[in-house]
Design a protein around this ligand. Structure first.
Ligand code: SF4
Length: 417
């Protein structure tokens, strides 16, 4: 993690200069992200994966093999509405073309290494991608209704090293590609048999997406944005932007871009209300301090009373859970359409943090709620299968080692952000 720059984008008093600096910062972030690019979405025999291509890219490769652009619409429907993985199922496409497509392309899914269902019905998938790298995805059913959220990973490992997060102890290996991000959702749907994509009022089991799995999604913005555009496309999976939430530790310049381009919901991993403490537990704060993160939330275009920004706040006993902390939190977010998710800490071996007591959690929640912000205490889900917040991936690796199985091939070390 590099030290904070002398002048960071929103510290400038001049609006134009600030946006120029933000552009520079975005260019720098993208260049860094490119060093962790995923491998090409193709098989060793040269067949290319159609999942993860934009409509324009799909049209281009169809035209390259001598097909008419209107085939894009047909294929898109089969891939993303029907969930077909086999060209021979595509009954609106003549057999010779089915065979031609099968010779050149595949409709891929990540491999399922393990699929575990918790006593509380949370289901966790460990997926393996073509280069052997792995990531976890969790389906969290709603307790009251017949629907739920799919928690998707955006990177293998994470560069940010938040000190309360077990996932963050694994160095960043690489970014996930658009095919791998969309593929997690599609493979979860395969598991629940939820094809074709429910339309209109038809209830959806996998009804929301939270980009809260492994990794910082805004450090892999281009792949995440492409994947979300595919998922939001009304002729395919058709999930509304209102049903997608991206969780960030506060990559300020990319928060602006995400809001302007995707308009999806935003969650911010705040976890502390003073810079000295947040510098320690969310080290990205040294680069984008609290006031810049909060300012980016205030200008986030998709936020409204109907679509509140979620502030995630992990409750660490004696560290960030005092009543003074709660009052400062309320002051910081005052005027933002927001809710605060209070997350009881999940202890893990090697961590010195302890969870807040129930009484302290309740006291904290009451102060926030009395100030007019919803402040649900998020009870951990899928604890018995290690699917709770911050437990992803690292534990899977440890168990695989214990079972004498090799880990996925090591990747490049974290170059910091
Ligand atoms: S909390 Fe999120 S951003 Fe922080 S280390 Fe864990 S996975 Fe990375």
């Amino acid at each position: 993690m590099s030290a904070a720059p002398a002048t960071s984008p929103s510290r400038s008093r001049d609006g134009t200069a600030a946006s120029l600096l933000n552009d520079e910062e975005r260019t720098r972030i993208r260049a860094k992200s490119a060093q962790f690019a995923p491998p090409p979405a193709a098989l060793p025999d040269g067949r290319r994966d159609l999942v993860g291509l934009s409509r324009e890219e799909l049209t281009d490769i169809l035209v390259e093999i001598g097909e008419k652009p209107f085939r894009t619409k047909q294929l898109w429907h089969w891939i993303y509405h029907q969930g077909a993985t086999d060209f021979s199922r595509m009954s609106s496409i003549a057999r010779p073309l089915q065979e031609k497509l099968a010779e050149r392309f595949v409709i891929g899914r990540p491999g399922v290494v393990t699929e575990q269902t918790s006593q509380d019905s949370t289901r966790k998938f460990l997926f393996r991608f073509r280069d052997g790298q792995e990531a976890e995805t969790v389906y969290i059913p709603d307790r009251q209704e017949d629907r739920g959220a799919v928690c998707i990973s955006s990177q293998v490992g994470c560069t940010l090293s938040c000190t309360f997060c077990h996932t963050g102890t694994q160095a960043l290996v690489r970014n996930l590609g658009a095919a791998e991000i969309v593929g997690q959702f599609m493979a979860a749907r395969d598991s629940y048999g939820e094809w074709p994509s429910p339309k209109g009022e038809t209830p959806r089991l996998l009804s929301t997406i939270v980009l809260m799995g492994m990794g910082e999604p805004l450090y892999n913005y281009d792949n995440v944005a492409k994947a979300m555009r595919i998922i939001m496309d009304g002729e395919g999976i058709g999930l509304s932007r209102r049903r997608i939430t991206l969780s960030t530790s506060g990559v300020v310049p990319m928060m602006d871009q995400c809001g302007a381009e995707l308009g999806i919901n935003l969650a911010v991993s705040l976890h502390a209300v003073r810079d000295d403490l947040r510098d320690e537990i969310v080290p990205l704060n040294r680069k984008y301090p609290i006031r810049e993160v909060i300012a980016a939330c205030r200008r986030y275009p998709a936020a409204s009373n109907a679509r509140r920004i979620t502030f995630e706040y992990i409750m660490l006993r004696g560290i960030n859970d005092s009543e003074a902390d709660a009052r400062e939190l309320v002051r910081l977010i005052s005027g933002i359409p927001a809710k605060v998710n209070l997350i009881p800490f999940n202890p893990w071996p090697g961590s010195s943090y302890r969870p807040s007591t129930r009484e302290q959690l309740d006291r904290f929640a009451k102060i926030v709620m009395d100030a007019g912000f919803a402040s649900p205490i998020r009870m951990p889900r899928g604890r018995d299968i290690l699917a709770a917040c911050g437990q992803l991936r690292t534990e899977s690796q440890r168990l695989r080692r214990a079972a004498g199985q090799p880990d996925a091939a090591p990747g490049p070390q974290d170059a910091g952000s």
